[in-house]
Design a protein around this ligand. Structure first.
Ligand code: CP
Ligand code: NVA
Length: 303
């Protein structure tokens, strides 16, 4: 299946069916990969990866994924490009489009990836901006589907910062018929437009009470209180109330699972007991970045 959209910048771009098909393909590619079979679906395709910020998972999973599918990925730190000397994003996008089949970028301002997408003639994938992290949510939905067998009708509780991961998660929930309760301190709510738009499709509640959010939740999720672009000072607004610990997990469903995009700060947004405990599925979640991104690349690049 070829996607209707050229770019994946937020996750809003995918329709319900396309998202479900990417997850199905990811599950199929994972099975094949485990059997040692990697069909070269992206033979002779090249991905340029621009990183303005550090990354472990995004960088390595995209690079490994391209290799496994018979393609090639170039890792480009923005400091090594002429971007660092003032060349515009637009001219960079136009240039790279003449050499590669797709561009992945991790940026600060979301407008930067929009500008890249506007000027590139090849697909552009957001590998995280200050406002959205769509690739993470593909992996999270795949993990939830593997563990819970279905997505429709589930309840996710998001506890902590209404950040980039949370914004893309809301779109993911809206497109997978998952209800979501979001507990944040005042002033740390997710993007209002994303919430309003997504409320037309699923139940979305915003609260300042983590206990209320996790009640009856099938899935509990959090992320760092200090994203790459944030100041450490904000931590005090979150602790101790918004930490996911055993006592909070006990208030969710008995069989609730815990997800975290990583990197994690044990003792801040989550205790070691939870993230390293039996309800945590973070290692499957992190692995699934590889499989979902391979499925995304195939869906964007194959006819
Ligand atoms: N979850 C995630 O995007 O991790 P990295 O910052 O290591 O890429
Ligand atoms: N919200 C975090 C996610 C890291 C993968 C950040 O932006 O730093």
């Amino acid at each position: 299946m070829k996607l209707k959209t050229k770019n994946i910048l937020t996750l809003r771009e995918l329709d319900k069916k396309e998202l479900a098909e990417i997850l199905e393909l990811a599950i199929k590619l994972k099975k094949e990969h485990k059997k040692g079979k990697n069909t070269p679906l992206l033979k002779n395709k090249t991905l340029a990866m621009i990183f303005q910020k550090p990354s472990t998972r995004t960088r390595v999973s995209f690079e490994a994924g391209m290799f496994q599918l018979g393609g090639y990925a170039l890792n480009l730190s923005s400091n090594d490009l002429q971007l660092s000397r003032g060349e515009s994003i637009g001219d960079t996008a136009k240039t790279l489009s003449r050499y590669v089949n797709a561009i992945l970028a991790r940026v600060y301002e979301h407008e930067t990836i929009e500008e890249l997408a506007k000027n590139a003639t090849v697909p552009v994938i957001n590998g995280l901006s200050n406002s959205f992290h769509p690739c993470q949510i593909l992996a999270d939905l795949m993990t939830i589907k593997e563990k819970k067998k279905t997505l429709a009708g589930l309840k996710i509780a998001w506890v902590g910062d209404g950040n980039n991961v949370c914004n893309s998660l809301i779109y993911g929930c809206a497109k997978s018929s998952i209800n979501i309760a979001i507990a944040t301190p005042k002033g740390f709510e997710p993007n209002q437009r994303v919430v309003t738009e997504s409320k037309k499709h699923v139940e979305i509640s915003l609260t300042n009470d983590p206990s209320l959010a996790v009640k009856n939740a099938d899935v509990v999720m959090t992320d760092t209180f200090v994203s790459i672009h944030n100041d450490q000072k904000r931590i005090k607004k979150f602790l101790p109330k918004f930490q996911v610990n055993s006592s909070l997990m006990k208030q969710a469903k008995k069989d609730a699972i815990f997800l975290h995009c990583l990197p994690a700060k044990r003792g801040q947004e989550v205790t070691a007991e939870v993230i390293d405990g039996p309800q945590s599925v973070v290692w499957d979640e992190t692995e699934n970045r590889l499989h979902t991104q391979k499925a995304l690349l195939v869906s964007l690049l194959c006819i």
